[in-house]
Ligand binder design. Structure first.
Ligand SMILES: Cc1cc2nc3c(=O)[nH]c(=O)nc-3n(C[C@H](O)[C@H](O)[C@H](O)COP(=O)(O)OP(=O)(O)OC[C@H]3O[C@@H](n4cnc5c(N)ncnc54)[C@H](O)[C@@H]3O)c2cc1C
Length: 486
């Protein structure tokens, strides 16, 4: 990676003289191993080559970024099959990525290659039969754009940048959850490329147990080469009322108390997201609340009036299409890349004003004491109405009883602060768990940092079945780096 910072001339000299090592399996020449088995448009690069940065997949956070020894960007699904077979046969570890948002503890010491799925950026909508098929290179933004153009909608995450299948495989939480459940609840079937290089279908009718495991732990069995979903007619013609309220630090307690009144009764069309913010220049803290209502302003007004009554210092009311929510709303900012960023999370079963007030005070104090720390602490409230109607044992995703998801995003401008930020974040996470109303930790695997462990991601009760599936479909543990079942 250091090479990327050298001048192009120096890099060329180095590239022509460097040893042809691809790591993770000894000294290998990637071209020699893979080229004759893949189509000409497949791109292959070792990490010391000049074109490496255009072949390797993107990464959201620089934290624990794998030190890739090389990368391959297959042009065809048949190329991908060959790559898996050859890598497995030659003991070359790999991680297949799309959006590159999966930052997990331990990936920094990964020694192997990246398989970049971004060429498979396909979204096909069949509006007549309410179906949609995603390729493994499509982002949420690409997906929502096509689904919207076809007059349909589907539950997704709230930002444009993560991979559509990547989000699905952990569950898929977001703004339309109150209406349609998790993203996995609209998943009808997947095509899975397995460790043996074969493709199998998993659905409620075929390989049913595998389909159970794909819906929440889908990173661990193989590569999903196509995912088929149900889509729905648009609610409110595809328009969303987005209300942004900005509160002073002094108002935080009243805000948490108001939000707590929505526990268990949050309307299906309403989602709430807060962000705790600290501005070092002015030494002021504030809270931004974004309320999304999948309906008209008139319909949402009784709810918005309650938040307006608290007296925010700024308010913005927008009428956005579902696509504009991705590309134009305040959430687009979270897609920025290139930061040293860690994220800590916990799902809670109740909104506890005391915990939130204490956390806000801690957040402000920590930010003030550490000028190289730039954090944002989010809470997300989605209606779990549909979730609670869905049988708990239908998917390995176990946490359908969560009221709110806490997500702390730490941007760290000075590496030496990393361990202090970790210690502080772990403490905060413990505080959220202590008052969550749950004995066992409820952690959304797609938000997880990686140290929580499999029982927190998939529940203790689900682990025996999940491990049996892993032994059946990926006995040599080729897939799911960072998502250990042990
Ligand atoms: C800015 C941002 C916003 C987010 N918003 C939301 C949100 O609103 N809702 C939500 O639910 N989540 C959200 N997430 C979390 C997101 O679901 C996870 O980070 C997810 O893993 C992203 O997938 P990716 O393809 O972008 O990442 P990658 O790093 O490319 O992949 C993540 C993991 O999934 C595996 N994987 C990817 N594609 C496949 C495939 N086709 N088959 C098998 N394994 C595969 C990879 O090998 C890797 O282990 C957000 C994350 C970020 C950073």
């Amino acid at each position: 990676m250091l090479l990327l910072k050298l001048s192009p001339v120096l890099a060329l000299v180095y590239a022509t003289t460097a040893h042809t090592s691809c790591g993770g399996g000894g000294n290998r020449n990637l071209e020699a191993l893979f080229r004759s088995h893949v189509s000409p448009s497949t791109e292959i690069a070792s990490s010391y080559q000049i074109n490496f940065s255009t072949v390797v997949g993107p990464r959201w956070s620089t934290w624990e970024a794998p030190a890739w020894s090389g990368a391959i960007k297959p042009a065809l699904i048949s190329d991908l099959k060959q790559i898996i077979k050859i890598a497995a046969k030659n003991n070359i570890p790999f991680i297949a990525t799309n959006g590159g948002h999966g930052a997990k503890t331990g990936l920094g010491s990964f020694d192997g290659i990246n398989i970049n799925l971004q060429n498979f950026n396909t979204v096909t909508v069949d509006a007549v039969n309410n179906r949609m098929t995603l390729g493994p290179g499509a982002t949420l933004g690409a997906m929502v754009t096509e689904v919207f153009a076809a007059g349909k909608e589907i539950q997704t995450g709230n930002s444009w940048c993560p991979g559509g299948i990547g989000v699905t495989l952990g569950g898929g939480i977001g703004m339309l959850m109150g209406l349609h459940g998790l993203m996995i609840d609209d998943l009808q079937s997947v095509e899975l490329l397995t460790a043996s290089g074969e493709t199998v279908t998993a659905s409620k009718d075929e390989n049913e147990d595998l389909f159970w495991g794909i819906r929440g732990a889908g990173q661990t069995f193989g590569i999903v080469t196509a995912a088929n979903y149900t889509v729905h007619d648009q609610t409110n013609g595809g328009f969303v009322t987005e209300a942004n309220f900005y509160y002073t630090a002094a108002q935080n307690r009243s805000l948490w108390e108001l939000i707590a009144t929505f526990d268990n009764v949050l309307p299906a069309k309403l989602s709430l997201q807060t962000a705790m913010l600290y501005n070092a220049t002015t030494d002021t803290a504030s809270i931004w609340l974004s309320a999304w209502y999948v309906g008209s302003l008139d319909e949402s007004q009784p709810y918005l009036d309650q938040f307006a009554a608290l007296g925010p210092f700024a308010t913005e009311i927008l009428n956005l299409t579902q696509v504009e929510v991705y590309y134009q709303s305040v959430t687009r900012g979270v897609c920025g890349t290139g930061h040293l960023l860690t994220a800590y999370t916990m799902g809670v079963g109740r909104t506890d004003p005391d915990t939130l007030e204490t956390h806000f005070a801690d957040f402000v104090a920590f930010s003030r004491a550490n000028p190289a720390y730039f954090g944002q602490s989010y809470m997300q409230w989605y209606s779990n109405k549909v979730n609670l109607q869905t049988p708990a044992d239908s998917t390995v995703f176990p946490w359908r009883d969560v009221q709110a998801w806490w997500l702390l995003e730490n941007i760290i401008l000075d590496d030496s602060l990393l361990s202090a930020v970790d210690d502080w974040s772990v403490l905060q996470r413990g505080n959220f768990h202590a008052t969550s109303g749950f004995d066992d930790e409820h952690v959304y695997v797609n938000y997880a940092i990686g140290d929580e462990g499999p029982a927190a991601w998939w529940s203790e009760a689900n682990l025996p079945k999940l491990r049996a599936l892993k032994a059946r479909w990926d006995p040599h543990n080729l897939f799911g780096k960072g998502y250990s079942l042990e």
